[in-house]
Design a protein around this ligand. Structure first.
Ligand code: HEM
Length: 427
């Protein structure tokens, strides 16, 4: 006999019970055989059970218990978390094509409903065309090449002047950036001349005309490609430099060694140039240690399995969301003893006065979705950091408490606010 409720309250109770049973079944059924193990948790509230504000460190703790590849229930679906250099290399490099997609997560969809642009794009032919086109075109305008140096140096002079006067803060929201990019595209279109390609937007408009295509390189795609390059390229470099200043004020002896090297190689009368980089191994090692210690992106951007595949010996079905814990590489005590300590000697070979390279260092991720601006970022970081160290001495205000080196996780991992005193070095 089947019980059919007749009043509204009983009907609602029955429906709620069925919904809860359905969610719970979905939650506990592993997506396939030999799926990675993971922590137990009630649907939806799993994140409250295991994660505080430092999600990256909590995820690393879970990897000690469940292994380098483990699963996490996220609402109605199951994601995997990949830690440690071996599993991350397998995921991003050896099986790079299998894991090159991006998931349609709620936040991503909200901003960019059709996943257009580069950062959020699904790994399909159109996306590959967009990324290759963006990379090749930007390179043709000097992106990541040494000829970009003069442009970066103009910006550096502006920054140094800002340090000398009052630093003003300009906060642009994503909407402001989108509006600015759309305005730029409209202005370029009005005066577009296919025989005179002056910049990246002109090149995009020409590409669209070439393919006479209404579906690729649409206005929205152009806008999101620009927003992506802006977004990915500004906050990352600035946040790394903010970590850099923090470590320098906390370690005056390291700061001093950096400017001794700069004084010997560059001298007082000019700013450091890209050419000097190979003669400044201690400065370079300090920058690498800033990137390791700061780990501004403790996770790569979200990845997704494109097809049924395996990882770390487990089966991973197509569509599984993948979190790559870059933090676990940079904080692995087996490769980086006392990993919380800031120490440029990890990257500096004192005997040969050279930079030590390490496989266990991946701030730009790796594989098919590796950071598109890696070269440009390295140039910018070197030129900005060395110019700041060359010109100024950074100290803590007298009598203040030492700032802590724990980060706050937003889009990137940023240091908590700290005060710093800036003094000219060459007066
Ligand atoms: C210190 C500076 C930077 C760091 C640490 C950094 C790091 C990263 C990381 C970890 C990713 C995610 C890769 C993945 O999902 O596996 C990424 C993606 C990306 N980055 Fe950077 N980045 C930096 C600067 C830049 C700059 C200067 C640009 C361009 C002007 C840029 C453009 C991009 C783009 C377009 C992507 C998306 C690539 C894709 O989805 O295929 N980044 N970056």
């Amino acid at each position: 006999m089947i019980f059919v409720p007749t009043d509204l309250v009983s009907l609602l109770v029955l429906l709620m019970t069925m919904l809860l049973a359905w969610i719970t079944t979905q939650h506990y059924l592993a997506p396939c055989k030999n799926f990675p193990p993971g922590p137990w948790g009630l649907p939806i509230i799993v994140s409250f059970m295991y994660f505080g504000s430092d999600i990256h460190t909590d995820m690393m703790k879970l990897s000690k218990k469940y292994g380098d590849v483990y699963s996490l229930k996220m609402g109605s679906h199951t994601a995997i978390v990949v830690s440690g250099v071996k599993a991350i290399q397998e995921c991003l490099v050896q099986k790079g094509n299998d894991f090159a997609d991006r998931p349609d997560t709620w936040t991503i969809d909200l901003f960019n409903p059709r996943c257009e642009g580069i950062v959020r794009g699904h790994f399909d032919n159109k996306w590959q065309h967009r990324r290759q086109f963006a990379h090749a075109t930007l390179r043709s305008f000097g992106f990541g090449k040494t000829c970009m140096e003069s442009k970066i140096c103009e910006e550096i002079l502006f920054l140094l002047d800002e340090f000398r006067s009052n630093i003003k803060t300009f906060i642009a929201t994503r909407k402001d950036v989108e509006k600015f990019c759309k305005q730029q595209i409209d202005e370029h279109r009005e005066v577009f001349d296919p025989n005179h390609i002056g910049d990246y937007i002109d090149a995009c408009l020409a590409e669209r005309t070439k393919h006479n295509s209404k579906v690729d390189f649409t206005d929205d795609q152009l806008k999101f490609m620009l927003v992506d390059i802006f977004g990915a390229g500004t906050e990352t470099v600035v946040t790394t430099l903010i970590w850099g200043l923090l470590f320098m004020v906390l370690h005056p002896e390291i700061q001093e060694r950096v400017y001794n090297e700069l004084d010997q190689v560059v001298g007082a009368n000019r700013l450091p140039r890209l050419d000097d980089r190979k003669h400044l191994p201690y400065t370079e090692a300090t920058l690498l240690e800033i990137q390791r210690s700061g780990s501004i992106l403790p996770f790569a951007l979200p990845h997704r399995a494109l097809r049924d595949t395996t990882l770390g010996g487990y089966n991973i079905p197509s569509g599984t969301a993948v979190t790559i814990l870059l933090w676990s590489i940079h904080r692995d005590p087996n490769t980086w003893p006392d990993p919380d300590k800031f120490d440029p000697m990890r990257f500096y070979d004192e005997k040969n006065n050279t930079v030590k390279k390490s496989e266990n260092f991946m701030p730009f991720s790796a594989g098919r979705r590796v950071c598109m601006g890696e070269q440009l970022a390295k140039h910018e970081l070197f030129l900005y950091f060395s110019a700041m160290m060359h010109q100024f001495k950074f100290t803590l205000p007298v009598g203040t408490k030492k700032p802590c080196t724990e980060g706050v996780l937003g889009i990137t991992l940023v240091p908590k606010q700290y005060d710093v005193v800036i003094k000219e070095r060459h007066t």
